[in-house]
Write a protein that binds this ligand. Sequence first.
Ligand SMILES: *[C@@H]1O[C@H](CO)[C@@H](O)[C@H](O)[C@H]1NC(C)=O
Ligand SMILES: *[C@@H]1O[C@H](CO)[C@@H](O)[C@H](O)[C@H]1NC(C)=O
Ligand SMILES: *[C@@H]1O[C@H](CO)[C@@H](O)[C@H](O)[C@H]1NC(C)=O
Ligand SMILES: *[C@@H]1O[C@H](CO)[C@@H](O)[C@H](O)[C@H]1NC(C)=O
Ligand SMILES: *[C@@H]1O[C@H](CO)[C@@H](O)[C@H](O)[C@H]1NC(C)=O
Ligand SMILES: *[C@@H]1O[C@H](CO)[C@@H](O)[C@H](O)[C@H]1NC(C)=O
Ligand SMILES: *[C@@H]1O[C@H](CO)[C@@H](O)[C@H](O)[C@H]1NC(C)=O
Ligand SMILES: *[C@@H]1O[C@H](CO)[C@@H](O)[C@H](O)[C@H]1NC(C)=O
Length: 507
Amino acid sequence: MTILIHFIIILFSLLCFTFTSAHIIPKFPSSVVSPDLQQTSVSVPNGLYRTKFFTQILDHFNYNPQSYQTFQQRYLINDTYWGGAKKKAPIFVYTGNEGDIEWFTLNTGFMFEKAPYFNALLVFIEHRYYGKSIPFGGNDEVANRNSSTLGYMSSTQALADYATLIIDLKKNLSAIDSPVVVFGGSYGGMLAAWFRLKYPHVAIGALASSAPILQFLDLVSPYTFTNIVTQDYKSESENCYKVIKESWKEIEDTANAPGGIEQLHKSFKICKNNTITADALKGWLQTALMYTAMTDYPTPTNFLTPLPAYPVKKMCEAIDSISTAGNESLTKMYAVANIFYNYTGTVTCFDFGNDSDDSIDQGGWNWQSCTEMIMPLGGNNEESIFPAHKWELEDTLSYCKHEYHIVPRPHWITTEFGGQDIGRVLKRFGSNIIFFNGLRDPWSGGGVLKNISKSLIAIVATEGAHHVDLRFSTKGDPKWLKNVRKQEVKIIESWISQYYQDLLLQG
Ligand SMILES: *[C@@H]1O[C@H](CO)[C@@H](O)[C@H](O)[C@H]1NC(C)=O
Ligand SMILES: *[C@@H]1O[C@H](CO)[C@@H](O)[C@H](O)[C@H]1NC(C)=O
Ligand SMILES: *[C@@H]1O[C@H](CO)[C@@H](O)[C@H](O)[C@H]1NC(C)=O
Ligand SMILES: *[C@@H]1O[C@H](CO)[C@@H](O)[C@H](O)[C@H]1NC(C)=O
Ligand SMILES: *[C@@H]1O[C@H](CO)[C@@H](O)[C@H](O)[C@H]1NC(C)=O
Ligand SMILES: *[C@@H]1O[C@H](CO)[C@@H](O)[C@H](O)[C@H]1NC(C)=O
Ligand SMILES: *[C@@H]1O[C@H](CO)[C@@H](O)[C@H](O)[C@H]1NC(C)=O
Ligand SMILES: *[C@@H]1O[C@H](CO)[C@@H](O)[C@H](O)[C@H]1NC(C)=O
């Protein structure tokens, strides 16, 4: 119980800075969970992997003496199923995301489940500045102090870390000829796809699951993300959409009426020691709605928080089942919150933590999203289930200048990795990437949804959510999900057999 409450505080506080305008900037689900919590919120099954550390170079792209500083990069390894170097058996590498690698490992059952079939070695590499892979002597405080130390955190450095580590590991294992396939979900999926494009001599292919590599300026509308969230609820029931959409004004009106804040406290069972505002409450509800859409999985899960199967449907059923005679939108929205924040039924009152400015997340993703990961999203048009809000690049820029005293580079990612006319460009250049997307997932708006060539394949699941294919399989998995995984296995198998053929031909 304490863990869950703690979790809610963190989930909430990370998004706090946006509450002043009652407007939420979506993050990848994993960015929302603090590393501490990731460790306590999952029970780490003993013996899934061994933990190792690799001495990594601080700056791969500069030869000044300071660049040669090193740090310890964590990676996890499982060789139980590996066919070995002599057999040139494959190596499956997870390109770590913005968080503790153990958490991603435990949410990437696909690799464990398929390893026996492929006789694959499993390696999960932690992204620099996250988990235990902290530069500057592992000192979190120093590493995150200001732009002088945070400056070494970027996707290009992370990719270079992965390449360096993989090459060294293969050398150590005398497994130079073992083919490497990279895997990743969400930001990790973006890294997997980019890794294949930048380091084709290191990885023969990539499974990039729910990887919004097109979620950048001039490639996607800033309104797409919430349009998809809106559609998720609307497609369950028109009433559900309407109730939620109209609730924001009711919350506002209630808050402004005499005794209104007390009323909100009561209606939403918020802990008495909390001071709340209408904006804080709206932000808290929007967070629940958004992350539920993202993780609208077909089976019960415990990804960000315990949730039932198809939680969007559950929320809408809760709304629809309450009589519509009076102004009961508060009751209905409480029911929605109760599914996301209290599915286990163990929360006695909802604790918002506190609203102080200190609660702004200074963590890694905040830095990344202020430097190169400038993702246009979070704008709400008139149709949006959330209050209308115009997205302005300028808001992000001024926030980031204020926060880090740096000027963001919103065009750097597309300069470095491309994105513009991706089909036309990659058709003549790239190969061996699977782009999986579930259309329930608001991040799919920035995903690759069309086949580009015979080996740049888009697998699109209408009913899928955020990297659902990479999760551990369960008995309740629907047929479409089983088929997606089967197709992925077949494609990866074809890359590997083609690789062995090429190797033979080479003699
Ligand atoms: C590798 O993972 C499997 C589960 O798929 C587990 O049973 C085994 O103990 C793990 N091996 C190591 C060396 O951690
Ligand atoms: C970051 O902090 C260090 C130590 O306090 C300081 O020497 C350095 O000038 C700071 N850098 C910036 C860009 O503020
Ligand atoms: C490879 O072996 C060397 C020497 O033991 C070690 O320092 C290095 O960390 C190893 N590389 C990896 C990726 O574990
Ligand atoms: C508020 O009260 C709850 C229990 O009623 C407690 O868990 C929480 O820590 C308190 N929060 C603050 C900010 O004091
Ligand atoms: C619902 O609330 C509105 C204003 O907030 C009020 O005008 C209306 O009478 C209320 N309706 C009922 C059935 O309470
Ligand atoms: C959480 O769920 C339990 C069981 O349904 C309920 O008794 C409790 O009031 C709920 N907590 C809150 C804060 O609503
Ligand atoms: C809010 O949190 C900050 C930092 O954790 C703390 O210093 C402050 O006293 C808290 N304020 C309230 C009203 O609880
Ligand atoms: C891409 O091609 C594969 C077959 O190679 C097919 O199964 C899949 O449905 C296609 N994807 C799209 C989005 O059309």
